[in-house]
Each structure stands twice: as structure tokens, then as C-alpha cells.
Design a protein around this ligand. Sequence first.
Ligand SMILES: Cc1ncc(COP(=O)(O)O)c(C=O)c1O
Length: 382
Amino acid sequence: MVSVPLVHPDQTGLRELVRPSLRTVAAYDPGPSLTELEVRYGVKDIVKLNWNEDLFGLLPGVREAVIEEIRRAPLYPEQAYSDFRDLVAARTGADPAMVAPAHGIQALVFAVVAAFLNPGDRVVLPKPTYGLYRQACEAAGAEVLRVPSREYRLDLEAMLSAAQGAKLVFVCDPNNPTGDALAPEEWAAFLERLPHGCLVIVDEAYADYIAPKQRPSRVAEVADGRPVVVLRTFSKLFGIAGLRLGFAIANPDLIPCLDAVQEPFNVNRLALAAGMACLRDPAMIEARRRQVVAARDGFAAKLAALAIPTWPSQANFVLANPGGDDGRWYEGLVRRGFLVRRGSEFGLEGHLRITVGPEKLMTAVASAIAAVAAEQRGYDGP
Ligand SMILES: Cc1ncc(COP(=O)(O)O)c(C=O)c1O
């Protein structure tokens, strides 16, 4: 087909119609595709350790549930999602009226922003943290205050000061990209002192990796009417990132508002079926959690043996600090077939964020890191 000639974007004037706050906001940049990287570095079958996707395989029952549900693909999903809400409620201790299903936390971040933020409202974000909060808040025209972390940990004291006069505070717990988690008592003290009129949005994408007894339980706080909205996902421990499924736990008063800013049939049938299959067996989930934690801690120990420090992680990734130029570490690892995240993307020069997969894979990653280290010593001298 012949492609039509494009008028230069500057000549259309169409951007003038876009909301002013959007004119300077950059869309999320996913980086080069695997195919591009394979061509650029001349390697095949690159393993993705850059997006904290699950690398342990589908949980039992998920594939069968999806295959069974595909027969109902001609029908819109049931809009109230009552089976899903009930099962989430049963597993989390929430009331079904506190659950808002969505196609992932990403969708919920935008829903929260649409529901609460007017242009000029102030939002507090830690730094570093998951980048989408900033994009969504800036796109809405909010005033974004970044609060630098201290030694890889959220500076809750500074966040509380910044929260004076703010509408929203985002807390990612465990935080991305550090893997650091708040102790339940730190969280309780933070919530206690949160200024009146401020709502805290807690992204618990990685909370499923924390041992159940150490996890802050925020459902009771939400039920109590405290100013907390919790965001959860099936993209990490449950391993269905590609199907897009998550939910918010919020006060029943807020759920209709979150639902009102999402599309009516926002969650697809296959995602719902897969998500419910994941939730059916808590023992299976706990077994998977332990498997990931063992692989993660084993990998951190391997890096320690190479004299590469890591920050203690409660998630499915580790933040390693090999030092030097993280771009060179990144390239050395891509050439060996492993794609990781450069710390400099988060303002953490010299660091790498590496997703954890099964033990055998992580042994190969550690060997590749040792080889890159040897190569770098070769360049730099001993
Ligand atoms: C902190 C955090 N929140 C949310 C997400 C994305 O969640 P979802 O796939 O549910 O949109 C990610 C993905 O990496 C993440 O790191």
C-alpha cells in the first residue's frame, strides 16, 4: 500500500488543542525492542531482566482457566465483576464494596489522578520511585514535589513535611527501584501524622513477595475510613502481566468515583479468569513466593561473593551497586544475553536493577556479571 504524505506536525496547529499540561509531558519510553537489541549487539534470545516480569512460569490452573474462558470471548465481561470482587475480598479481608478492578496498577494510577487531581493540586512523590506517578500527575497539571530518599529508604519525615497542603502522596511499598519495604510501625506512624485533607496512594505491586507476617495490612485502615487507597496487581508474583489485571482497595465511598473514570468493560474476560485461578489456592501462592525469595536471596549472595553490594530487597528484583559506569555494565550484560535496567535511568548511577528468575538462570546471570567485571578490570587495570 502507498503511504500518504504526512504534513509536518508543526504545521497542523493541532497540538494547540491539547491541554497545556500535556505539551511538555513525555510518554513512557519502553526502550529498544528485543529485536533491535539483538541486531545491535549481535545476540539471540536475550533474557528480559529489565521489567520485573515473572520468570517462574504460569501458576497451575491459569492456562486451563484462560482456555476455558476464551469460548466466551464474543461476550463483554460481566461489568460488575462480582465473582472477582468477591474472591479478592475473601483473600484480602476487604469487603467486596471496597474493590475496584482495573487492567493493572498503571490504569489505576491514571484513574486516581483523574478522580482526585485538579490542575495546580500538589502531589508528593519520593525519588527514586516508579516513574508513572510523575507522568500521570504532570499530565493532569498537578504540582509535583519530589522528596529524595535517604540511603535507598523513603524519607518519611521529609515526605510528611512536603505533604502539608498536598492532595495526594504516592508511596510505593516495596519501592521500585530499591526493593526496600516499610516496617509496619513506620507505616503506622506515617499514616498517623499525615496532614488532614491529604490522601496516600500505596502501590503494593511487590507486596506479595513480603512474608505474610511482615506485610503491613492496610485493608483494615481503608475499612476504618483512613485516607488510604491501595493498588494491587497480578503482574508480579501472579505472573500475568501480559493479561493486565489489578485492583484498588479503597473506601466504598470512593469506589464509584474510581469506576466512573474507568471504561465500563475495562477488564477482559481472560484476565479475570486467570486472576481468579491465581487466587484460588493460597498455599500455591505462598510456595511460589518462597521460591522467588530463595532465588533472590541466593542471587544476592552470589553478587556479594563477587564483592558487588545489593540493597536488601523485598521484591522480585535486586538493586546492585557494582559501581563505575552502569552503561558499560548494561552493554556487557546485553552482549551476554541479559537485559537489565541501568541505575542512571532512576538517578542511581553505577547501579543495576535486575529482575530475579529461577535459580539456574540467576547462576548464569551471576557468571555473566563476573565476566563483565573481569572485562572491566581488563580495561581499567587491576
Ligand atoms: C511499582 C510498580 N507499580 C506498578 C507496576 C505496573 O503494574 P501493572 O502491570 O499492574 O500495571 C510496576 C511495573 O513494573 C511497578 O514497578
